[in-house]
Design a protein around this ligand. Sequence first.
Ligand code: ADP
Length: 248
Amino acid sequence: DLAHGRILYLEEVSVSFDGFRAINKLSLDIAPGELRCIIGPNGAGKTTMMDIITGKTRPDAGQVFFGSTIDLLRHSEAEIAGLGIGRKFQKPTVFEALTVFENLELALKSPRGVASALWHRLSGVQRDRLGEVLTLIQLSDQWQRPAGLLSHGQKQWLEIGMLLMQEPKLLLLDEPVAGMTDQETERTAELFLSLKGKHSLIVVEHDMSFIARISEIVTVLCEGAVLAQGTLAQVQADERVIEVYLGR
Ligand code: ADP
């Protein structure tokens, strides 16, 4: 039982594109409730790693387990989303013409097929959840606003809120604070710290001050494998890490 006590477990995963090894024997362990930051230079394989976890890309070799029993390589991309792995891409994708509230409501429907477009038809539990998420993403006073009128940061939070409506166990976030103001970045740090524990998070980021604010363990990817892992201070002091960041 290799994956015991882990929410996500990758072992020696490899994938090649036209003979080029984008991911090269990558092993990774994420504990339940952990907030893991992933950094690494461009082309390190960060996006490809996320694609593998979510079933968008199939590895050529290795193992990917969710919890101790679920072999993700046996599941489709849609099934993996349904298992409780949510992914947020860098650009916000909210429904601009719909209100904040409607966006969250809509998020309830898939992939679990909870059919209800109307507030009064939401169950008490769903209503509570929606209110909770609105508070978490700090948009309670904006619930009737069309999403298109929100700031960039608010749209990012709304999309995170849409993922939270599905009560994911694991959230994958790609550069969540890119383009945010300092104040929005700080609020995002608070949001992530409040999600930690209840959810596991994997955050790919370049913003080192944001990482310093939220991180426990930082994993440095390079050439498709783990180059270093530890606290931010530890990896930043690592000669190999300094080399890949400065030596290019
Ligand atoms: P990162 O997100 O860390 O910048 P990527 O995962 O996007 O890195 O890319 C890793 C390497 O794999 C890069 O060299 C990239 O060009 C290559 N790559 C990624 N996806 C594909 C693909 N679909 N076809 C060919 N090469 C790819």
